[in-house]
Structures are given as structure tokens and as C-alpha cells.
Design a protein around this ligand. Structure first.
Ligand code: MG
Length: 330
């Protein structure tokens, strides 16, 4: 097996033109070659600020033939891609198109104006990244509850405490609470606190799921498991979700468009096998970044993503044009 990598940078969109642009995000595309005609691609896009090892650490472990979980997942996703390429088929063919949630990464006084165009495009589930300016957010969510008929997913990335959580919920109108499909990672996972919180509002566990061992028998205190195929053992987590009678939401890792397409492919496969288990995925994270040559090949219609031309996951020509370095393994 030969492994090649191509380093890349993605420039997050700057929503505040008066401020300096946010720092670029770094990742690597992997090209894994098992044989002359079995070649697959995947994305390695860690979030060290959310607990992932740095990119260089993944690569240096791989040089020593040790696999981090993310590299393991990348290799798995690359095998799916390679199979499609080998059989000369696009792995999005014959799939059910799934409706993604929209993502609003910041809440300011104009957020409500973003909703009309989204609803017109067909989005009915909106994920809000919250926990930055509580009062503004509460006001805005209460306003949305009056003006729009959408489902909301509120993601706090564990920024709250029990106190701020109850304060937040107390600030929301009854109508707003009714619109909330779930609250994701309100605060660090603690079975007792999460259990109590779940009695008030449904919870989803995303990054906090890393603390729950794959062989844990006792059900997690959440209603939904958020699975990022680039980060988690998908089959293991799905088995757990079934055993515990939880729903599954597949989301992207906010990484490279190729990796995001692979997350969506996994969501489609899981949906085909067990539609009742699955809720709308959240893989519509392409426009978090300034467009690249990969973005220009995407085929997005509202909440739906169609295939990108080529075999496997697609992108054949741009993949060929990347600067590939062979990873020297010991
Ligand atoms: Mg999350």
C-alpha cells in the first residue's frame, strides 16, 4: 500500500469585512493506492481546537504505521471511493438524495433575514451555532419562532454550564422551544446533568461522544448521536445507536469538499439500510470557505447535493492536478 498526501488550505469566508479575515484552515487530501488500479481518496481535516490531534501528528503517526482514528476513517472512506473507481461508477449513482439542514454560523441582528432565502430554497431544518452572545441569540430565536415555521438545531459546542443552560432555556418562548428539534453539546458530557437536561429538551451528542467508549453498554443520555464519518467509527456508533434506541444524524466535519461529499455518501448508505434510524443530515458546509476548484464542481440545489462528475466520489481531474507527496512509511 502506498500513501500520498496533498496539503491544502481553506480560507473561511469573512463575514465581517471590517475585521481581518479568519486564519486559514489546514488539511491534507490522502491518496491511497492498494494496487495499480485500486486507488481511493479521502480528506484529513482535524480540528485541534475541538480536541483533534494536529494534522502533522496524524501524518507522523502514519509514517510509523500507527493509525489515528481519523486516519483509520480516512482509509475506510478511501476504500469506498476506490471500489467505485475500480468498477467505474460514481458512488452517488442510485442513491437517495437527502435533505440537509442549513447552517448559520453566527447570529446577529440580520440573521432573521437569512432565513427567507433558505426556506425558499427548500431548507426546513436550520442549525444555529450558538453560545456566543446569549441575549442576542435568545431574542433572535424568539423572533424566528414568530416569523418562520422551521425546525431548529442549536449547537453550543459545550460552551454552557448548567446555570447558563437553564437561563438560556428560560429566555426562550414556548413557541421557540417547540421548534427546537434538539440542543447539541450544551455542556461537557456528564450523565446526570445530561439526563436532567433531556427532561426539558431533546439533546444530541456530537464532540462529547468521543468520551463514550464504543463498548459502553449503558445508554448515553442523549436522544440523537451525531456521527461524523471522518472522525468516528461509523458502524460501531450506528450499532450503539440501534441498541440504545437513539436516532442518528450524520454531519460533515466542516472540511474539504471531497471529505464532505464522503460524509454525505455515508449518510445515504445508512439511510438506504435503515431510514427510520436516520434524521436529516448536516453536510451543507461547503460555503463555510472561499470557493476552490473543488467547490466549482459541486452540484447543489437548496438542501440537496447531487453527484460530482467522475468515478468514485468524483473530482477526478482536479484530484489529478494536486501536488502529491508520497508518505515515507517505516
Ligand atoms: Mg456539533
Amino acid at each position: 500500500m502506498k500513501i500520498f498526501y496533498a496539503l491544502y488550505e481553506l480560507q473561511p469566508q469573512n463575514h465581517y469585512p471590517k475585521k481581518a479575515p479568519p486564519p486559514v484552515r489546514k488539511g491534507a487530501l490522502l491518496k491511497i493506492q492498494w494496487s495499480e488500479d485500486r486507488i481511493g481518496f479521502a480528506d484529513l481535516h482535524p480540528w485541534p481546537e475541538l480536541g483533534d490531534p494536529e494534522l502533522e501528528q496524524h501524518l507522523s503517526e502514519l509514517r510509523e504505521t500507527r493509525l489515528t482514528t481519523m486516519v483509520e476513517q480516512a482509509i475506510w472512506l478511501a476504500t469506498l471511493d476506490a471500489q467505485g473507481r475500480l468498477e467505474k461508477r460514481n458512488i452517488f449513482d442510485n442513491q437517495i438524495m437527502l435533505r440537509n439542514n442549513a447552517i448559520i454560523g453566527r447570529i446577529d441582528p440580520h440573521t432573521v433575514e437569512l432565513l427567507d432565502p433558505l426556506v425558499k430554497k427548500g431548507f426546513s431544518v436550520i442549525k444555529l451555532k450558538v453560545g456566543q452572545n446569549m441575549e442576542n441569540e435568545i431574542q433572535m430565536i424568539n423572533r424566528i419562532a414568530i416569523t418562520h415555521n422551521v425546525k431548529l438545531r442549536l449547537d453550543f459546542n459545550s460552551k454552557l454550564t448548567w446555570n447558563t443552560f437553564s437561563k438560556y432555556l428560560n429566555g426562550l418562548s414556548a413557541q421557540a422551544k417547540k421548534m427546537i428539534e434538539y440542543i447539541e453539546d450544551p455542556f461537557a458530557y456528564d450523565p446526570e446533568l445530561w439526563k436532567e437536561a433531556r427532561q426539558i429538551i431533546p439533546l444530541a451528542i456530537d464532540w462529547e461522544l468521543d468520551q463514550i467508549p464504543l463498548n459502553q453498554i449503558e445508554p448515553v443520555e442523549a436522544d440523537v448521536l451525531v456521527i461524523k464519518p471522518t472522525h468516528q467509527d461509523v458502524n460501531g456508533r450506528v450499532e450503539q445507536a440501534k441498541k440504545w434506541n437513539k436516532s442518528v444524524v450524520v454531519t460533515s466535519h466542516m472540511g474539504h469538499p471531497l471529505g464532505v461529499m464522503q460524509c454525505l455518501q455515508v449518510a445515504q448508505e445508512l439511510y438506504k439500510k435503515d431510514p427510520k434510524l436516520m434524521r436529516d443530515p448536516g453536510c451543507m458546509t461547503f460555503d463555510v470557505y472561499e470557493p476552490t476548484e473543488f467547490h466549482s464542481l459541486l452540484n447543489i440545489q437548496g438542501p440537496y447535493v447531487r453527484k460530482v462528475g467522475g468515478w468514485g466520489i468524483g473530482f477526478d481531474f482536479v484530484l489529478k492536478g494536486q501536488q502529491w507527496n508520497q508518505l515515507k512509511m517505516r
